[in-house]
Design a protein. Structure first.
Length: 94
């Protein structure tokens, strides 16, 4: 027999918290995606760039990748926190 979920309000609170966090992070992800796409545009003419320009391009792309990774890590953490359920209320009763 499965117990009824007495922690429904806690689950709902976690959902709202996760939604609020995702609402904060998604615009940052969109900005990171746009910045990455913009930074990568000069790759189309890489052969025309001198060594210094290539280094600057590399640094710019690495910075945008770092921002993207930070945001996606935070999104993954928010979703993982949502899936973490320490309450035994949904486990079968024995």
């Amino acid at each position: 027999m499965i117990k009824s979920n007495s922690n429904g309000s806690e689950t709902l609170a976690r959902l709202h918290k996760t939604r609020a966090r995702l609402d904060e992070l998604l615009p940052r992800l969109e900005q990171a995606n746009t910045a990455f796409a913009d930074a990568a545009k000069p790759l189309a003419s890489l052969s025309d760039l001198d060594l210094q320009q290539r280094r600057e391009l590399t640094m710019r792309i690495r910075a945008t990748i770092q921002e993207w990774e930070q945001v996606t890590t935070q999104i993954n953490q928010a979703l993982a926190d949502l899936n973490t359920d320490s309450s035994p209320s949904t486990s079968p009763e024995r």
